[in-house]
Design a protein around this ligand. Structure first.
Ligand SMILES: Cc1ncc(COP(=O)(O)O)c(C=O)c1O
Length: 426
């Protein structure tokens, strides 16, 4: 017999070694500043590449003023209760209408967090006879949504995976599911893959979905406000927005706020509103967010000049690092995924590089196995409209010094390139 808390005294679990060592440098770093291109970390001004403030709205004065005005009128508590009981307001409905128009769908439903929205939407719609087909690289909230889907009565929704963005594999899964199919089928994918920066092949996915009678759900957390006409996202960018059955966006990134929404037909939206347990049994989104999100949405729609600046910085960063020999991921989004080899001594070398960058006041996120194959480290960098040319130039300079001081070997060999290709294709 053991105590359920025994594990807490070990170095097991996610990042267990860091937790046991009470690390605050690599994990759970404390950063108190307003999100932006420069933030203070451990008493030093850092150039920040880890926040998803894509079009620079984090500092927007009009959004803040709308939130302050709403706080003045409704305080931070309103509305009290779940939407189902006492927490629905005409402001929530108006925001849902605006978001639906933006997504070119009939209606939409708000959630307090993107994560809760994905889990709530997917689990609300699935029953024990249904099947979810999930891209293997999809975000944790999509995977958790799929594995939480039970469909009631002790049943369990079937979950199948397809190789990342591989249409032949998706087709073969669809064929095999349809052989003895009883219920419905929905394909779950991200729009822009937030870690690697590549785009889902939504043309291919929606065409296969129509061919094999499946629905398509896309979580466009990193595409909304970032690509497409007026920032409408990845499906719009690829000309297939109409083919998407449920378009999901979060406000935690380009909107620089919090919450998310599912945009779809009125009938499906109403089903979600009545059946998504993550929102039915949770308090509604507070008024300062609901009101300020209307302003943020307008800024996102009018933000072509901001997106142009974000792209300039992204191209400048990608080109500068590529010229130094770093391998930049093939993604068509602004996200800059920088790969370097680390050999067998994975954690020490990867952490050496991350320390080097942080000690030189460049703050970015480092990713190693098991998120990517062993032998590589990936620095995931988010260029934003708020970064300056000087921020990029200084960052490239530090990466150059790191390459020289730590003697990073370029170009990458076939084995490393093969591993990187596997991330993008498998
Ligand atoms: C693809 C994707 N979906 C959903 C989420 C969760 O969104 P939120 O932070 O709004 O809960 C994230 C956040 O990391 C994400 O990257």
């Amino acid at each position: 017999m053991s105590d359920i808390f025994d594990k807490c005294a070990t170095d097991q679990g996610y990042f267990g070694r860091f937790r046991a060592a009470k690390d605050r440098f690599f994990t759970l770093p404390v950063i108190d500043d307003l999100p932006g291109p420069h933030m203070n970390f451990q008493g030093q001004d850092n150039i920040m590449w880890s926040v998803n403030n894509y079009i620079g709205l984090a500092h927007d004065a009009d959004i803040k003023a709308a939130a302050m005005e709403a706080t003045e009128k409704w305080s931070v508590c309103s509305p009290m209760g779940s939407r189902m009981m006492s927490g629905s307001t005409s402001e929530h409905l108006a925001l849902e209408k605006s978001l639906a128009d933006y997504a070119q769908k009939e209606d939409s439903f708000l959630f307090n967090f993107g994560y809760m929205g994905v889990v709530g939407t997917v689990t609300a719609l699935t029953g024990p006879d249904d099947t979810l087909i999930v891209d293997k690289l999809a975000h944790a909230c999509i995977v958790d949504a799929a594995f939480s889907a039970k469909g009631g009565n002790g049943g369990k929704t079937t979950v199948r995976f397809f190789r990342h963005n591989d249409m032949a594999d998706l087709e073969s899964v669809l064929k095999s599911v349809n052989k003895d199919r009883k219920g419905g089928v929905m394909i779950l994918t991200e729009g822009v893959y937030g870690m690697t920066g590549d785009l889902a092949n939504l043309k291919g996915i929606t065409a296969l979905a129509r061919q094999y009678d499946a629905r398509v759900f896309i979580d466009d957390a990193h595409g909304i406000g970032v690509i497409g006409d007026k920032g409408r996202g990845t499906a719009d960018h690829q000309g297939v927005q109409k083919e998407i059955d449920i378009y999901f966006g979060t406000f935690a990134k380009s909107f620089a706020s919090i919450g998310g929404y599912s945009a779809t037909s009125t009938q499906v939206r109403d089903w979600i509103a009545y059946n998504a347990r993550t929102q039915v049994f949770a308090k509604a989104l507070p008024m300062p967010y609901v009101k300020s999100l209307q302003v943020a949405l307008q800024k996102v729609m009018d933000g072509d000049h901001l997106r142009a600046r974000m792209w300039e910085r992204s191209n400048q960063l990608k080109d500068g690092l590529r010229d130094l020999g770093y391998h930049i991921g093939t993604g068509d989004s602004p996200i800059c995924a920088v790969f370097t080899p680390v050999g067998d001594n994975l954690e020490d070398v990867a952490m050496g590089m991350l320390s080097y960058l942080r000690k030189n006041n460049i703050f970015c996120t480092g990713v190693v196995w098991p998120v990517i194959p062993p032998g590589l480290v990936m620095f995931r960098m988010i260029p934003t409209a708020a970064h300056s040319e000087e921020d990029v130039a200084r960052t490239v300079e530090v990466f150059k010094n790191m390459r020289d001081d730590l003697k990073i070997q370029f170009p990458l060999g076939d084995s490393e390139l093969g591993k990187i290709n596997r991330i993008y294709r498998d």
